[in-house]
Design a protein around this ligand. Structure first.
Ligand SMILES: Nc1ncnc2c1ncn2[C@@H]1O[C@H](COP(=O)(O)OP(=O)(O)OP(=O)(O)O)[C@@H](O)[C@H]1O
Ligand SMILES: O=c1ccn([C@@H]2O[C@H](COP(=O)(O)O)[C@@H](O)[C@H]2O)c(=O)[nH]1
Length: 298
């Protein structure tokens, strides 16, 4: 507001100067002449600029004081913030483009390296909270196996190589699953293993809905590797083998960690250490949910 007052003052001063000049040329001469009529001194012009200066200062101070808001909290970091019309229109246009309103639909991203325990903890959260769990990997595997899918072979190749499937496919699958869940009355989503790459993060937030926050399972490779090899004994997953796992770790470090760092810069990441027992990890998850105002169903 102080800034706004300052800005207004400058504009007002400039406008006043112009008006003053106009008024001075049109009306000031006869008025001054009248007030000094008893003792006219044609050589003394000293009083004229002084009078205008005093008038200018009085009006300027008044405008300045008018610009100050006595109710304003001087500690408010947003004080003085004035959005330009262009910025406002950009935000409005972006908000219009999202498929779902962030007022109605809540998305929590669950990120972490392969085998960090995302799926295990999402199952706990769904049991106790009002969330629909959407695993991007599960959706891709289902699409890969769907009869008649035009993307089946492509998805299979990408998953085996530990690479990230083009975002258009994954986002379309997520959006469809979200629509179905919303239609059934659950608009809260745990999106597990997505976004895996910056392009996905930006597109999803601009076109689908902005996320509320991210739970990140911080896990060293020395913990994840044995878990995945063990899971590979029974999972039947084409990528739970040493060769694919190695590629997945590399892709996670180079492509997915920047997403976590990006959300961290806007304070939207809750880091949970994955190394404890599943129950202990879940306690930390619950603390992260509580910090965001979420409490269990019952
Ligand atoms: N805290 C834990 N301690 C020990 N084992 C765990 C823990 N959490 C999960 N596991 C086991 O580790 C394996 C990987 O867990 P999970 O499938 O939940 O990981 P993920 O992050 O979803 O993996 P991916 O991204 O590869 O799907 C599973 O076999 C699971 O039972
Ligand atoms: O957004 C995504 C998510 C996953 N993938 C591919 O699926 C596999 C397995 O994912 P999990 O989360 O471990 O089930 C992953 O390695 C990617 O190849 C993807 O492309 N995009």
């Amino acid at each position: 507001m102080f800034y706004r007052g300052g800005l207004n003052l400058k504009l007002a001063q400039r406008a006043m100067l112009q008006t003053n000049r106009l008024q001075a040329s049109r009306f000031a001469q006869p008025t001054l002449r009248r007030s000094f009529a008893s003792k006219p001194d044609p050589n003394n012009n000293f009083g004229k600029p002084l009078k205008w200066m005093i008038l200018f200062m009085v009006v300027g101070t008044g405008l300045f004081l008018y610009g100050l808001d006595p109710n304003e909290d001087s500690r408010n970091p947003m004080r003085g913030f004035k959005m330009s019309e262009e910025e406002y229109n950009k935000i409005k246009a972006r908000a219009k483009r999202t498929a779902f309103s962030p007022q109605d639909v809540n998305v929590v991203f669950v990120l972490g390296g392969p085998g960090s325990g995302k799926g295990t903890q999402c199952a706990n959260i769904v049991r106790d909270y009002n969330f629909k769990h959407l695993s991007a990997g599960d959706l891709l595997r289902a699409e890969q196996d769907r009869e008649g899918s035009q993307f089946g072979d492509l998805i299979r190749d990408y998953i085996k190589a530990g690479k990230i499937v083009p975002q258009e496919i994954t986002i379309a699958l997520l959006k469809k699953a979200m629509e179905e869940s919303i239609a059934q009355g659950t608009p809260n989503f745990l999106i597990d293993g997505f976004p895996r790459k910056m392009d996905q993060a930006l597109t999803f937030e601009e076109q689908v809905v902005p996320s509320k926050f991210t739970i990140f399972f911080d896990c060293p490779i020395s913990v994840m590797l044995p878990r995945l090899l063990k899971r590979g004994e029974t999972s039947g997953r084409a990528d739970d083998n040493a060769e694919s796992i190695k590629k997945r770790f590399t892709v996670f470090e180079s492509q997915s960690m920047p997403v976590v760092e990006y959300f961290d810069t806007v304070d939207k990441v809750f880091k949970v250490s994955c190394a404890d027992s599943p129950n202990k990890v879940y306690e930390h998850v619950q603390q992260a949910l509580a910090k965001n105002g979420l409490s269990p169903k019952n």
